[in-house]
Design a binder for this molecule. Structure first.
Ligand code: 11C
Length: 345
């Protein structure tokens, strides 16, 4: 009883969290196929206490698969997602390969679950830093309207994958030991220069685009407009990598469509919104921090303040586990929505 689920990229930082999340949710799995590049084929991963052998992700491996969760990089998704769809699977893709394709819904269930109904075989999971922001923006927009968003991010290295986590650890140790080291991965493995991340802050995530913004910043801008169905929304982003292992943080300035009489109203709105935990008690030094959010599915919001110059503008601090709500949990949530909306054959 259940579905044939394939996880593509099972050995990666997100893939591992996908397996854990499927386990925790007791997802109805009749058969599980773990797929990866030929390099990882033959290795094993543990699901529900049992070792599962990883197979090479070849087109034929998708025969009979109902749901395929992809998280092995954009080029793998480009090559194999259509093969999976051809064989009858619904693909939930955690890469940027299809996100801005107008035939592909880009979904955060708390925000636009109904968009799933329009899928043509592929549903895209947004970028992690976008997901946690739109979960908080949605209720604000619904209640007050939303005109403008300016976000600065403080992102964890796990967003750049397992090798970036290793780099942060080995560099930190080298610096503490007074040893030499050569940065090789961050800020962006495929870019020319690499910089120290340990004890540093690096204002580059992904590659620079012609307009001077990085790809990560443009993802936040374009994906937010698409998910919220607001092409007219003004959004600006500055994305920065910090030496944090997991948990992205964001300082977000929002201009609402109308004045709000009290701060309490916004706090109550956050408390009653799906997927949000409010942690906002400055008197008692209560606010969200990545170290406290790791392993949790929710988006944590705090430090809510009214702008000192504009009555309709507010500042928020938003933190979430980038591997969970930012990736694995949002993907599994989409899979649960497919079942709930009876969209699987
Ligand atoms: C990071 N946000 O923190 C990126 C990782 O488009 O799914 C997610 C990349 C993506 O480096």
């Amino acid at each position: 009883n259940g579905f044939h689920v394939a996880v593509v990229g099972a050995t990666g930082a997100v893939g591992q969290q996908m397996l854990k999340t499927l386990e925790e949710r007791n997802f109805p799995i009749a058969k599980l196929s773990l797929l990866a590049s030929s390099r990882s084929a033959g290795k094993t991963a543990v699901y529900n206490g049992e070792e599962v052998i990883i197979q090479e992700a070849l087109p034929e491996a998708f025969e009979g698969v109902d749901i395929a969760l992809f998280s092995a990089g954009g080029s793998i998704s480009k090559a194999l997602a259509p093969e999976a769809v051809k064989r009858g699977a619904v693909v939930i893709d955690n890469t940027s390969a299809y996100r801005m394709d107008e035939n592909v819904p880009l979904v955060v269930p708390e925000v636009n679950e109904e968009d799933i109904r329009n899928h043509n075989g592929i549903i895209a999971n947004p970028n992690c830093s976008t997901i946690q922001m739109v979960v908080a923006l949605k209720p604000l927009h619904e209640k007050y309207g939303l005109n403008k968003v300016i976000v600065s991010t403080y992102q964890a290295v796990s967003g750049a994958g397992a090798k970036a986590i290793e780099e942060l650890k080995s560099q930190s140790q080298a610096i503490l030991d007074g040893k030499e080291f050569t940065p090789e991965i961050l800020p962006c493995a495929s870019d020319e220069k690499h910089y120290q991340i340990a004890f540093n802050a690096v204002p580059q995530i992904d590659k620079f685009q012609e307009n001077g913004y990085t790809f990560e910043e443009m993802k936040m801008i374009n994906e937010t407009k698409k998910i919220m169905h607001m092409p007219q929304l003004e959004v600006a982003a500055t994305c920065v990598r910090l030496p944090v292992e997991t948990g992205h943080s964001e300082s977000v300035y929002v201009e609402l469509g109308e004045n709000v009489s009290s701060l309490e109203e916004i706090k109550d709105l956050m408390t009653s919104s799906e997927g949000i935990t409010l942690q906002d008690d400055p008197q008692n030094q209560i606010y969200p921090m990545p170290a406290h959010c790791v392993g949790k599915n929710d988006v944590f919001v705090g430090r809510i303040r009214r702008d000192l110059d504009r009555n309709n503008a507010f500042h928020l601090w938003i933190v979430s586990d980038n591997l969970l709500k930012g990736a694995a949990w949002n993907s599994v949530q989409i899979a649960e929505s497919l079942i709930k909306l009876e969209l699987l054959n």
